[in-house]
Design a protein around this ligand. Structure first.
Ligand code: TPP
Ligand code: MG
Length: 792
């Protein structure tokens, strides 16, 4: 490790502090505002807290192969670092938090700079690099990134983030998977948003991380403090610091040198040596000494980071002061605090930034050439962009299983099983994972063929003992299934990290994760977070709805179809039949590898070329399969979101539109009604999400003057007579399909599930919630038009 270039780093530290504070100040106090007096925001205190940490890391300790998640509210520092390196534009900084400018919180997709991991929802940014480290190990074990050093996956986190439960879930999961190459750097300023932390949190942190086999490095005292402790009377000062409550330390920091002196003299000034120690320092020097915590001392930080040469997961507990180096320092209300223009002017003078040169990257730097030469050699930035690209893997045609009666969940297992058996480049890159529901979500056959992943092989003891089992359970470095603990947050984060493999590590993975559909809600913020990063994966919610019947009320999902519709970056499907499912899975494997930007598709008005992730909502209900359907119109409709299972006649006064496993009820009801309502149509909706998105996009396009824009939903429904009633039905919230009536102005009766919690048979529950054939026919009876006579 090279000797830390402390004088240069000191300049970086000052530059980052200035540029970060100035960027926020400009956005709030100088930039003209459209919204009147609404505060733009940005976090000067949280940024100042992390300036030294980020200086030591980005400008000294990190290597090009490392990847970093930055505490969301330190975004101004990250942008300042890139600006200093010539990687961020002044225009973007001037537009911080404005449309198109530098983002409020680091964003992989919206920021122009290399953001390795987006952050924003605190806690998740801590866990994401941990799962990226597991992904990196997976790639190494499979021999795909041999010859390149393993990078460190680094999370820079606020201390209050440790309140988030997902942190501990991630620690436990990491421990199970023999985690390595992971650093968490805690900005231990002992302040959260609203106030000051509980005393002694560090002890809990040390105990918890140690319990999970992490190395704990406490960076508590800066070099100045350590030197002072060595002076006569220094030990008493150290004891005083150690005993000082967080709130008092913060308050004294805010008040400054005179307040420090008064309090210290009161408490320990009766000892002559200690009094002399204080007397040797001016008020300003005393304040600098007391604020010289490890997390602000470049020597201490560089030493601490450089001392870790192995791959053991390491947490650095870096003591800091929130707002360090600014007049906001230490005040308990400083989270959203902004320096006044006068305070900014004062800071400007103190940091030697000449007036008019506020945006100059090297303003006030004494020897710009030498400093520039230093920057040119900073290792982390030296290798250029950290984003990688990969060519898409070809997707084979996935044949539909030929069962006569089968559920989509079982079909999913069979399709993956066939893919595992047939082999090929795509199947080798599929990485499945499940939070302790591998077997019960039908991933078993895939796992039997492809094995479980672990860096070190572990035998299947039950098999070795000849205990009969249908499931092989051996782990090896070539396995393709990651068995996760139950925490659904971890599934979503692992999907997110593996789903960024192509961009983080230049190696494409096809992550497929399964969980029980109701527990999508449990991992929802992490799912949203993964989508926000533009990670690419398939997540399968199964079983779903009330149709999981005897599995019980607690496991029923009602709102997940609406999650599928509303989640950006996620195309949601709920097929009823296996031929549909096979088409959707094949399309998904291609869709998640796309990265283009073509014009919208004229059939659907969807912009599929940009790609995305996919959510499949499946069911355990065995359903009679239709006869072979091989016309291309059918296949296209399945992918686009809907097709006519039974096309309506010209005088249709009822159309039944269904999604998912209620198909048999829709078909039965149509059969019963057909005698009297010959023109009845049945619309199979495979994706309310895509059907709806296309409709919205086409309306928007028309509003912009593209008068010919027409979505699939409009083309399907425009031809229906005006008096036709749509009866929609789904094992899920009725709002999922209710909007169909607005497409062409048809009266709609939306059937679905609004309550849950009742156990029973499928027939019991479908009757109870009114989504069976009787309910559909009853709804049809109430529609205007000719009365219905029942055949039998
Ligand atoms: C999940 C989530 N909840 C709440 C917030 C709002 N929030 C942003 S920062 C913050 C406090 C952070 O304190 P800390 O992590 O200690 O960072 P500091 O500002 O002290 O550096 C909160 C509650 C958020 N971003 N994400
Ligand atoms: Mg804090």
């Amino acid at each position: 490790m090279s000797t830390p270039p402390i004088p240069h780093l000191r300049i970086v530290q000052q530059r980052l502090l200035w540029l970060a504070c100035w960027t926020v100040h400009n956005a709030n106090a100088l930039r003209p505002k459209d919204d009147g007096d609404i505060k733009v925001g940005g976090h000067q205190a949280s940024s100042a807290s992390m300036v030294s940490l980020m200086t030591a890391l980005y400008f000294h300790a990190l290597r090009p192969e490392d990847r970093v998640a930055v505490k969301p509210h330190a975004s101004p520092v990250l942008h300042a670092a890139h600006y200093l390196m010539g990687r961020q534009s002044r225009e973007n900084l001037e537009n911080f938090r404005a449309f198109g400018g530098a983002q409020s919180y680091p964003s992989r997709t919206k920021d122009s700079i290399d953001v390795d991991f987006s952050t924003g929802s605190v806690g998740l940014g801590a866990a994401m690099p941990l799962f990226a480290a597991l992904t990196q190990d997976y790639l190494h074990a499979h021999g795909w990134i041999d010859g390149r050093p393993a990078g460190r996956m680094v999370a820079l986190i606020g201390d209050a983030e440790l309140d988030e439960g997902n942190i501990y879930e991630a620690l436990q999961e990491g421990w199970k998977h023999d985690l390595r190459n992971t650093w968490w750097v805690i900005d231990y300023n002992r302040q959260s948003l609203d106030g000051v932390m509980r005393e002694g949190l560090w002890r809990r942190i040390e105990a918890i991380f140690t319990a999970f086999d992490w190395r704990v490095v406490r960076l508590k005292y800066g070099a100045l403090q350590r030197a002072a402790f060595a002076e006569p009377g220094g030990e008493a000062l150290r004891d005083w610091i150690d005993a000082c409550p967080n709130a008092l330390y913060s308050a004294l920091t805010y008040q400054g040198g005179a307040a420090w002196r008064a309090r210290l003299m009161d408490d320990i000034g009766d000892q002559g040596k200690t009094a002399a120690l204080f007397d040797r320092r001016s008020d300003a020097d005393l304040a600098a000494l007391m604020e010289n915590l490890g997390g602000h001392c470049l020597e201490t930080l560089c030493e601490g980071f450089d001392a870790v040469a192995d791959d053991r997961p390491t947490v650095f507990l870096a003591y800091t002061v929130k707002g360090h180096g600014t007049p906001l320092a230490g005040h308990k209300d400083n989270h959203a605090g902004l320096m006044t223009p006068a305070q900014m002017a004062d800071l400007q003078t103190r940091l030697g930034v000449p007036e008019g040169q506020e945006w100059e990257p090297l303003a006030g730097v004494p020897d710009p050439d030498a400093f520039r030469a230093f920057l040119d050699d900073v290792p982390f930035f030296a290798a250029g962009s950290r984003r990688t690209r990969t060519d898409p893997l070809p997707v084979p045609t996935l044949p539909a299983p030929q069962d006569r009666v089968q559920s989509t969940q079982a079909g999913f297992g069979k399709i993956l099983d066939a893919l595992a058996k047939d082999g090929g480049p795509l199947s080798d890159r599929v990485l499945t994972m499940s939070p302790d529901v591998t077997v019960s979500t039908n991933l078993g056959p895939w796992v039997n063929r492809r094995g479980l992943f672990a860096r070190d092989a572990q035998p299947d003891t039950f098999r070795d003992q000849k205990v009969p089992s249908t499931q092989k359970w051996a782990f090896s470095p070539t396995g393709q299934h990651i068995e996760l603990g139950i925490a659904e947050n971890n599934l979503m984060l692992m999907l997110g990290a593996a789903g960024l493999s192509h961009s983080l590590f230049g190696q494409r993975l096809i992550p497929v994760g399964t969980l029980y559909d109701p527990f999508v809600a449990r991992g929802l913020d992490a799912l949203n977070y993964a989508c926000y990063q533009d990670a690419r994966f398939v997540v399968v919610g199964t079983p779903s709805g009330v149709t999981l019947a005897p599995e019980g009320g607690a496991h029923q999902s009602v709102g997940t179809p609406l999650i599928g519709m509303s989640q950006d970056g996620l195309a949601a499907f709920e097929p009823a039949f296996l031929d549909e499912l096979a088409l959707i899975m094949g399309w998904s494997f291609d869709y998640l590898q796309r990265d283009g930007d073509a014009a919208p598709d004229e059939r659907t008005w969807l912009r599929d070329e940009t790609g995305g992730s996919v959510y499949l909502r499946l069911s355990t209900r065995p359903v009679e399969q239709p006869l072979r359907r091989d016309d291309p119109g059918f296949a296209q409709g399945v992918i686009d979101g809907a097709y006519w299972l039974r096309p309506p006649g010209p005088n249709a006064d009822v159309v039944i539109a269904y999604q998912g496993c209620v198909a048999p009820a829709a078909i039965e009801a149509a059969g019963r009604l057909a005698g009297d309502r010959r023109d009845i149509g049945v619309l199979s909706v495979t994706s309310a999400d895509r059907l709806n998105a296309g409709w919205t996009a086409a309306r928007r396009a028309r509003a912009r003057g593209q008068t010919g824009a027409r979505s699939l939903a409009e083309r399907l429904l425009d031809g229906l007579p005006r008096h036709c009633t749509l009866i929609t039905v789904i094992d899920g919230h009725p709002a999922t399909l209710a909007w169909l009536g607005s497409v062409a102005g048809h009266r709609t009766v939306p059937l679905g599930v609004e309550h849950f919690g009742q156990t029973g048979t499928i027939a019991d529950l479908h009757r109870h919630y009114g989504i069976d054939a009787d309910a559909i026919t009853a709804a049809a009876r109430l529609t205007p038009g000719r009365p219905v006579r029942f055949a039998g």
